[in-house]
Design a protein around this ligand. Sequence first.
Ligand code: BEZ
Length: 299
Amino acid sequence: MEIRHLRYFVTVVEEQSFTKAAEKLFIAQPPLSRQIQNLEEELGLQLLQRGSRPVKTTEAGQFFYQYAKKMLANLEQMVAMTKRMTVTQDTLRIGFVGSLLFGMLPRIVYQFRQLHPTIHIEMIEIGTLGQIEALKQGKIDVGFGRLKISDSSIKRVLLRQEKLMVAVHAHHPLAAMKDTGLYLSDIVDELLLLYPTTPKPNFASHVLSIFSEYGLNPSNIREVREVQFALGMVASGEGVCIVPCNLDSVQLYNLIYIPLLDPEAISPIFIATRNLEENAYINSLIETIQYIYQTANIT
Ligand code: BEZ
């Protein structure tokens, strides 16, 4: 059995048609059917239900499909990572979600640069979901995100939970609660600016899931591209938005921040790496994060 047999079989199953699979694989249909037959003969059982249209797998075929798909994904990852090996010796590519730039990320990266002056660091803004694919394809070496997304080839570790707060205009009636704090139920009827507009799940879905944990359903929602736009709009007198506490470093005229008192109003920060990572700088980066947390009294 060769890798091409797996690729042919997976394509037929996914396209549910020999004709479409042959087109996708750039081969003629008769040799494709022969290759699948050879595979079935070698295994001594049927993988596809005879004469089914659209093409359907047998129970054994479904089992084989799941494994074949995983093997092809591993193979792709192995090639991407091996190709990157010469680069990773002196380069560290860091993927991060935009809001982390306003918190500890610049401090961590700056400190890391002092420790490793010769290493070339590339910082790439990319959503948590996109980081998973970018890690698998070798486009980044480490990702910092805010969502709990699981993938069998990615190692994810929770670094900390950051509290959330509400950004409102200084002349908004809610501004009176600046010192006491407020609850999500206090803003459920306000125009809520959500961000980013990257594919879901994203920070916007996280915020909505917190509302629904408290049985709340904000109905007046507008999605904006990035946190900076949301804050700019709030400062212009339009809507309110929810941001991680570190964003209080962003100061705009007439923009104030009010702590959220609901215990679930938090945003996790995760570090994600490939399971089989060999990049020696990643441990040093994690030590740098621990050092910065100690100096900032973060547990
Ligand atoms: C933090 O804010 O805790 C953080 C941000 C980016 C990378 C690591 C940690």
